[in-house]
Ligand binder design. Sequence first.
Ligand SMILES: NC(=O)c1ccc[n+]([C@@H]2O[C@H](COP(=O)([O-])OP(=O)(O)OC[C@H]3O[C@@H](n4cnc5c(N)ncnc54)[C@H](OP(=O)(O)O)[C@@H]3O)[C@@H](O)[C@H]2O)c1
Length: 287
Amino acid sequence: MHRVAILGLGAMGSRMARKLLDAGHQVAVYNRSPERARALEAEGATVAATPRQAAERSEMVISMVTDDDASRAIWLEESTGAIHGLGEGTIAIESSTLTLAWVRRLAEALGSRGTDFLDAPVAGSRPQAEAGQLVYLVGGAPSAFERAKPLLEVMGAAIHHVGPLGQGMVLKLAVNSLFSLQVAAMAELLGLVRKAGIDENRAVEVLGQMPVTSPAAKGAAALIAARDFAPMFPIDLVEKDLRYLLESARSVEAEVPATAAVRELYARAINEGYGDNNIAGIARLFL
Ligand SMILES: NC(=O)c1ccc[n+]([C@@H]2O[C@H](COP(=O)([O-])OP(=O)(O)OC[C@H]3O[C@@H](n4cnc5c(N)ncnc54)[C@H](OP(=O)(O)O)[C@@H]3O)[C@@H](O)[C@H]2O)c1
């Protein structure tokens, strides 16, 4: 059993912490808004007042927060950041979806203290986090990966070591781009078939049998047909991930015009007030 810290108890972090508690690990938790930690405290977690305090008690420290700015605050804040509490041999794990540039800067800061660091973002949403079925895409040294793997297996169904630091993050951003493109394509095409007078449910049924329709696109079609836009992967986060892919692509001089186009569509959905809808809510633009 390990002493683990989870920093960030949003939709994903809270579920990951619960899986670790259920598996018998000693879990210290930190959340910027402390009230979000209360339920986990009742389930056996220790609540820390700062990321530093949570890190001081832990062999592995996992961050799961919104974006680059939040990650900076969690790890590097003067005096309260987790970096100030990391003991010798502790592994720092960043599971939030962030830019390549930020992961590299964080790696420098942690590396200068001799801390092993992994970028370990996840594919999968709330149901997968709840079931311990996330897919981990990990970048970092093989030795740190091997040490962290048994712990990640508590939260994930597949743990992939992609390569050196930052590479897990790039592949994760690529996965999300692929997903976002397919959901947006399905949304606009279901708008088209409706306006052409085709029965929407019939179209979903037929499209679902075509080899070009991926399981993800099929799932999105079902949600769109049911008008079920309750948040799992909210559009605010979809747009953030697409923006981060564009930034990361610029930094390695890669061209990603399809991702750039679809980011504009999700940004439009946010402007129209749908930022807290699930990704399938992009269909609202075409209803
Ligand atoms: N939701 C998904 O389906 C999904 C799937 C895969 C990956 N991800 C990625 O996982 C990460 C977390 O997603 P989520 O859905 O759990 O998000 P969420 O429910 O919105 O939670 C965000 C967390 O970040 C914290 N936070 C935000 N800004 C902060 C700051 N400046 N300083 C400290 N803490 C801050 C929040 O604290 P407060 O409670 O105080 O606001 C909260 O704990 C994101 O990078 C997301 O892209 C999400």
